[in-house]
Design a protein around this ligand. Structure first.
Ligand code: GLA
Length: 736
């Protein structure tokens, strides 16, 4: 990794192992232009790429007028109002109501990454380039920040915007933008809804604006702050893929604009619709960080870069590289209908099977026997937990299990003691009846007094017993936006202040309980994003625990996020969301591609299923390291072929791999198929064995013979048609 600066020619080049990102300053008046992003280049001065028919790019000397120049110049950080009519990254409003700005280059600095932003990347092998742009009229300074690491092919961008002498309003302040020609690229986004998050969609890019956003106050089940810009031939193994992901947990915008000259502008940042930020003189605004990844090795290369970056430079929890305890959660087992006896019975049976932690989900506090009440009343319901929480936790610990607990700290039920005492703490517009969702309101977490109360409620519970895990849930979007603590001209700051408040609370929690294992959740995967990963090493991926639905959800999620971060459990059948019946064994293989746990009443599931749990627990211990730390290769996609799914996790030194194959549908008159492996060392010889759940051991697969990685990758292996739908198998591939 290196940052080259050609002071004389005013060229900036960021090199990672395989990519280059180049910017240059045009002469007078000094617009910073985006020159190139892609495969690594040897040359630094490639400013010729900026010369098109509008050359020489000096408005005073240009034979055409300024606006035809500004409207086609590849601005590195385009601003609204001064003649670039494409989408802008920054829009400023003055007190007088004027919305024109223009940024000119004013200098740069380069330093080691010393003070990482939260949420954001960290590491002691990072360098940051800061390019300063100024608007002299507004006395405005915009510092574009670029972070690169020695060991990662990603570029992380954000901006710090400062008003030096006048109050200004930011109507839009994106994190990153860059321009390039449209070389027949296609757009990939992740979309869905509750219980169907992050399904992959791909479409051609057309002229105009295309993109996704969230205005729900969280990243959402519906869209995701990720965008892939990929060449037409891009597959898992080949073609070009640009990935853009925002490290943020609130309203976002990710879009691509194709202009009149077929050039693309790729942008991401906080969605402008519910955003505005007042900068008083001397104040700065820091945007969230955006991660840019370029891969010349298709989507697979892009995903592996994201995974490495997030495992090495984003997730902070001390749990990040440790085996997570196999947990059993009582949500699908009991819903609200439980007491200490039921939980202890589950814990007892679980302990006998080798499960390592019991998580008590929603319903243990206040008068909460359904989802109509009590959010905010974080006191133990002793009718359910007779003798109190400590007694239960001690009982669970005595069985050899750790104990975890569910909270929904950001919410308040209208039917709660908290609401009766502080109705003004709920987000609502004065004089209007705010809308309910799941019978609850959202607390105004932008307020420090509200946060202090929430934190104390959590800490009181966590201090009262040996609680080693928290599931932090968030079950409704933000609407009826108003905060009683904000001035009229700061009301549009609420959504961002809310997200900052959530970060502050989770940061405080991790500081006070550094060993706590935190799992974020939002009605399943409504806030599964890189921002939350800074605080919790794992996030509940979806309320849909059906193994087949999970194939689609987990494939989309793993496009960006490491498998170690995806909360995945084996649940009971018929599945509670889709009613599908799948083999218990297959459910285990699919959950193994995540954190692995259970979400069922172990005292009541079929005997054969229960009997399989100890074997699955051993399976987790045999392979979880490969899954959590390995390189991820996707061999087949059920979302594309509609029949089967397959992926591999390969140890970094390529000595070992785990292959999962799920046959979603049996196929008539199909004896076998060839499956080409990926990511192995072509010159190493590998033996393949199949995990046998009955004997909890590995048996030779196919020929009992070693083959070169080169054979396995180019010619493939034979996968026989498994008998039946929803069947799965695990292959362990080891070098000799
Ligand atoms: C959300 C979560 C579930 C469960 C319920 C409890 O839907 O995603 O896992 O915790 O809330 O109300």
């Amino acid at each position: 990794m290196s940052i080259f600066i050609d002071d004389k020619e005013r060229i900036f080049k960021l090199d990672t192992a395989n990519t280059s990102y180049i910017m240059a300053v045009a002469d007078e008046p000094g617009y910073l232009g985006h020159v190139y992003y892609g495969r690594r280049l040897k040359d630094t001065d490639v400013r010729y790429l900026l010369r098109t028919s509008e050359s020489p790019y000096i408005p005073s000397k240009n034979n055409r007028d300024k606006l035809s120049f500004t409207d086609c110049y590849p601005m590195e950080y385009p601003v609204h109002g001064s003649g670039d009519f494409r989408e802008s990254a920054l829009k400023i409003r003055t007190q007088e109501g004027y919305c024109t700005a223009e940024l000119h280059y004013a200098g740069y600095s380069k330093e080691r990454l010393l003070k990482p932003e939260m949420p954001g990347v960290y590491g002691d092998n990072g360098e940051v380039l800061s390019i300063v742009l100024k608007d002299e009229c507004l006395d405005l300074e915009v510092v574009l920040k670029y972070t690169v690491f020695d060991d990662c092919d990603a570029i992380i961008r954000h901006c710090v915007i400062t008003s030096n002498s006048n109050p200004l309003y930011l109507e839009r302040a994106f994190s990153a933008s860059f321009d390039m020609d449209n070389d027949g690229y296609e757009l990939i986004t992740l979309n869905g809804c509750w219980a169907r998050e992050r399904h992959i969609e791909r479409c051609p890019i057309r002229h105009g604006l295309q993109g996704v956003n969230s205005r729900r106050g969280e990243t959402s089940h519906q869209h995701h702050p990720f965008m892939g810009i990929v060449s037409k031939d891009c597959s898992q193994t080949q073609g070009e893929a640009y990935g853009v992901n925002l490290i943020y947990s609130g309203n976002f915008f990710s879009g691509v604009y194709e202009g009149q000259f077929d050039n693309l502008r790729i942008m991401t940042g906080i969605d402008p619709e519910d955003f505005e930020w007042k900068l008083n003189a001397g104040e700065s605004f820091t945007t969230p960080q955006a991660v840019l990844v370029y891969s010349a090795e298709g989507l697979g290369g892009m995903s592996r870069t994201f995974h490495d970056l997030y495992r090495q430079h984003l997730i902070r929890s001390p749990w990040k590289d440790k085996a997570r305890p196999i947990l059993i959660n009582n949500w699908e087992a009991t819903y609200f209908d439980f007491d200490d006896e039921k939980l202890l019975a589950i814990a007892k049976e679980a302990a006998g099977c080798g499960i390592e932690m019991l998580v008590m989900d929603d319903g243990w506090f206040g008068a909460r026997n359904d989802d109509n009440c009590a959010l905010g009343d974080w006191t133990v319901n002793e009718n359910k937990l007779k003798g109190g929480l400590k007694k239960l936790v001690d009982g669970v610990n005595a069985l050899g299990l750790k104990f975890g607990i569910w909270f929904e700290p950001e919410m308040i039920s209208p039917d709660s003691d908290l609401y009766r005492a502080h109705p003004d703490w709920a987000i609502a517009v004065p004089g209007r009846t705010a809308g309910l969702a799941r019978n609850q309101y959202v607390l105004d977490i932008s307020r420090s007094d509200v946060r202090d109360h929430v934190f104390k409620s959590l800490a009181d519970i966590l201090d009262s017993a040996n609680i080693e895990y928290v599931k932090w849930d968030m079950n409704r979007p933000l609407a009826d936006l108003a905060s009683l603590k904000l001035d009229a001209d700061k009301q549009k700051e609420l959504s961002h202040r809310y997200v900052q408040g959530v970060y502050e609370l989770q940061g405080r929690l991790m500081e006070r309980y550094p060993d706590l294992l935190l799992e974020n959740c939002s009605g399943g995967g409504g806030r599964f994003d890189a921002g939350m990963l800074c605080y919790s090493p794992q996030i509940w991926c979806s309320d849909d625990t059906d193994a087949i639905e999970r194939l689609l959800i987990q494939e989309g999620t793993a496009l960006i996020y490491p498998l170690s971060s995806m909360g995945a459990h084996v649940s009971d059948c018929p599945n509670h969301i889709v009613g599908r019946i799948t083999p218990f064994e297959t459910r285990g293989y699919v959950a193994l591609a995540g954190t692995f746990g259970y979400e069922l009443d172990i005292t009541r599931i079929p005997k054969e299923d229960r009997a399989m749990i100890p074997a699955q627990v051993k399976m987790y211990h045999m392979y979880h390291e490969l899954v959590a730390a390995g390189d991820y290769y996707r061999l087949a996609s059920y979302s594309e072929n509609k029949e089967f799914d397959s992926w591999m996790c390969i140890k970094k030194d390529k000595s070992e791999a785990l292959l999962t194959f799920i046959q979603v549908k049996g196929r008539p008159a199909c004896h076998s198929r060839r499956l080409k492996l990926q990511g192995l060392d072509p010159l190493k010889k590998y033996r393949i064995s199949r995990f046998d759940i009955e004997s909890v051991s590995e048996k030779p697969y196919g020929e009992d013979k070693a083959f070169y990685g080169d054979t396995l990758m180019n010619a493939g292996i034979i996968v026989e048609n498994l008998w039946g739908d929803y069947k799965g198998m695990l292959l362990h591939i080891k070098s000799e």
